[in-house]
Design a protein around this ligand. Structure first.
Ligand SMILES: [Zn+2]
Length: 281
């Protein structure tokens, strides 16, 4: 019996099998097309066919996962609506359940461990507006969990997260004012005080300035934050500016983080703005 050698692996075999053009095309798509011969030995055939099957299973799994994430992301709107309706109807424990579900949904969407949701998760997406919603959720939870000592731990977590998220939203001063009022009737005033301390410790982060100067303690960053709190927040145009700034600056900060070479130029622009502002004060 005459033997032929497989053009792919060089093994001597009795006969070669035709490689299905579908397999060649699939492997080509995945960049594994090599330069495949039209005929290979049985073991090469099995190997190539198996690799195609594994590839498409993985791709389907990835697609299904992505689809599930998208569905979950959409479902969050209804959870928020439901929670807010419950808040209006004073059904606070139902509201808490819906809010917690909403937070779980975000954790799954952003691949975060339970309780690990952070503003950073929203930085790398077009979803920064969600930060304000997340902050308002923690604000409601902080007050709901104030109703019983049983919820002490959860209230503590909500206080921490609220302070954390608020810094990235334009509702910071509003919530701080509301919390100061709430403090007077709170069952657990220590927790509200702790929140106020956290929130006032480090008021808002200037995304662009922090990315450009690589620290939110740089004097230039502090100046800009101060200017925002003392001047901009008091004027309507200023508030519109802050809103736009928080909407557009995370993507700009992201670009800066990816292209550090741009940083000196941005630092230069910010310094010029600062000296202009400082001269007018
Ligand atoms: Zn072979």
């Amino acid at each position: 019996m005459s033997e032929v050698s497989c053009p792919r692996c060089g093994k001597s075999v009795a006969e070669l099998q035709n490689l299905d053009p579908g397999i060649i095309a699939k492997l080509g798509e995945e960049g594994k097309g090599e330069s495949l011969p039209s005929q290979v030995c049985a073991s090469c055939y099995a190997q190539l066919a198996g690799s195609v099957a594994r590839g498409s299973v993985l791709m389907m799994r990835e697609k299904a996962k992505e689809q599930k994430r998208l569905m979950l992301w959409k479902s969050r709107v209804n959870l928020i609506k439901k929670a807010r309706q419950c808040m209006n109807d004073k059904m606070f424990s139902d509201a808490a359940v819906a809010y917690e579900k909403y937070l779980r949904v975000l954790e799954v969407v952003f691949d975060a461990k339970p309780g690990d949701l952070s503003p950073e998760h929203f930085k790398d997406s077009a979803r920064t507006q969600e930060l304000t919603i997340v902050a308002s959720v923690y604000w409601d939870l902080l007050r709901i969990y104030d109703t019983s000592e049983r919820y002490g731990e959860r209230q503590g977590q909500s206080a921490q997260k609220l302070a954390n998220f608020l810094k990235f939203t334009p509702i910071l001063p509003d919530i701080v004012r509301k919390a100061e009022v709430f403090l007077k009737t709170a069952k657990n005033p220590a927790m509200i005080k702790q929140f106020l301390k956290l929130a006032n410790d480090d008021k808002g982060r200037c995304f662009i300035a922090t990315a450009a100067f690589e620290s939110n303690l740089a004097p230039e960053v502090r100046f800009l934050c101060q200017f925002r709190d003392q001047f901009l927040r008091k004027h309507l145009a200023g508030n519109i500016f802050i809103f736009l700034y928080y909407k557009f600056s995370p993507p700009i900060a992201r670009i800066l983080d990816k292209s550090p070479r741009l940083k000196p130029a941005v630092r230069g622009i910010l310094r010029r703005i600062i000296s202009f502002l400082a001269a007018r004060q």
